[in-house]
Design a protein around this ligand. Structure first.
Ligand code: SOE
Length: 365
């Protein structure tokens, strides 16, 4: 079976997913055949150049002309654009893969989850860090009971790209377009991993902070207001009794893209950092400290598709893994996680953190 694919968005995430589609035949030969059909965007010239580079047959400036003509629609646009095209595609029976966070608001995320539930088509949310071999390995350790009863989850996502007050304004700085700032862009990933590895969040108390209130607009003398958070912190209680701390910042000088988690259980602990994504640190009761494992053996998740042990993989490979899993589920009429319901569950935690910050009190979901 050949799946005809249309993609809305051709910049950063467009490149990451187009690269993943191009890698599939070489590294995952049992993946379904893909026809890179339509690339959707507004700037016709930039779109044509991207379509040529990414190997797409045609371009379109209106997603309405694409969602019913393809088998799979990728929504890689800015967060405020996630709902309408994805819902229209699902209502037309087109499978949808949507970037994270699911939406700019909880209400929009709920509508998307409902549309996915009502549709025969498959919908997935592109939380790519679930598809890091070391994270999959961590999931196996926890499910095998090797950490025992989980007591703590600690997740931070630290970047520094806005520490310079002169760094230009972008849609990620606008509440209407993005929904929130570091909370939704980065915190969404951490909350999803917490759900994946530990379980559902019961209550949170959090705070948001905006360090720089306006930024220059590229190519003009104007400035535009920053109406979202630059950083957030939160404490959480999980339904299973574990405790959690969450943090993300775009002002964490010294960190480029450091998504780190640490989990402590009664019988052991684990530690992971995206800046060393081929490694997992594991502490087992009785050892003197953490052991650093290189998760690149053929028996480790996804590694047999790539290279011999020790020939490390990178950030882009997580997109190949998630595309392989989603498109295989589409072709085989299977299931895929994270679903839109999973994306909506993340959005509810983000919303509760925002509510807690606004009300100055703990919020139960
Ligand atoms: C920007 O913060 C960004 O590209 C996020 O949007 C991605 O989800 C994250 O994986 C890397 O950083």
């Amino acid at each position: 079976m050949t799946l005809k694919v249309g993609i809305l968005g051709y910049r950063f995430m467009g490149k990451a997913h187009a690269n993943a589609l191009a890698r599939l035949p070489m590294f995952f030969p049992d993946a379904p055949d893909i026809e890179r059909d339509a690339l959707v965007g507004r700037d016709k010239q930039a779109l044509a150049e991207a379509a040529d580079r990414f190997g797409f047959a045609r371009t379109a400036t209106d997603w309405r002309n694409v969602v019913e003509d393809v088998d799979v629609f990728y929504n890689l646009g800015p967060n405020h654009l996630h709902a309408e095209p994805s819902i229209a595609a699902l209502e037309a029976g087109t499978h949808v893969f949507c970037e994270k966070p699911l939406a700019a608001t909880t209400a929009a995320a709920k509508s998307m989850a409902t549309a996915a539930s009502d549709s025969d088509a498959l919908a997935g949310c592109a939380f790519n860090y679930r598809f890091v071999p070391a994270i999959k390995y961590a999931k196996r350790l926890i499910e095998a009971g090797e950490l025992g009863e989980i007591h703590h989850f600690r997740g931070t996502y630290l970047q520094d790209w806005l520490a310079d007050p002169e760094a230009p304004w972008s849609w990620r700085n606008d509440a209407e377009l993005a929904g929130s700032g570091a909370l939704g862009d980065l915190g969404a990933h951490t909350v999803d991993l917490a759900h994946f590895l530990v379980g559902e969040v019961e209550s949170v108390s959090g705070q948001l902070k905006t360090f720089v209130g306006e930024r220059p607009v590229d190519g003009s003398d104007e400035t535009r207001p920053v109406t979202v958070d630059d950083a957030y912190t939160a404490h959480a209680r999980f339904e299973n009794g574990a405790m959690g701390t969450f943090e993300a910042s775009r002002f964490a000088t010294g960190h480029k893209n450091d998504h780190s988690i640490e989990i402590h259980g009664s019988d052991g602990s684990l530690r992971f950092s995206l800046e060393r994504l081929n490694e997992l640190e594991v502490f087992r009761e009785g050892n003197r400290g953490y052991e650093t494992m290189l998760v690149t053996d053929e028996s480790d998740p996804y590694i047999d598709a790539w290279w011999p042990p020790g020939h490390v993989i990178g950030w882009e490979h997580t997109f190949v893994h998630e595309n392989y899993e989603f498109l295989s589920a589409v072709a085989n009429d299977g299931e895929f996680a994270p679903s839109f319901a999973d994306g909506f569950a993340v959005q509810r935690v983000l919303d509760a953190i925002e509510q807690s910050d606004a009300r100055g009190e703990r919020v139960t979901l």
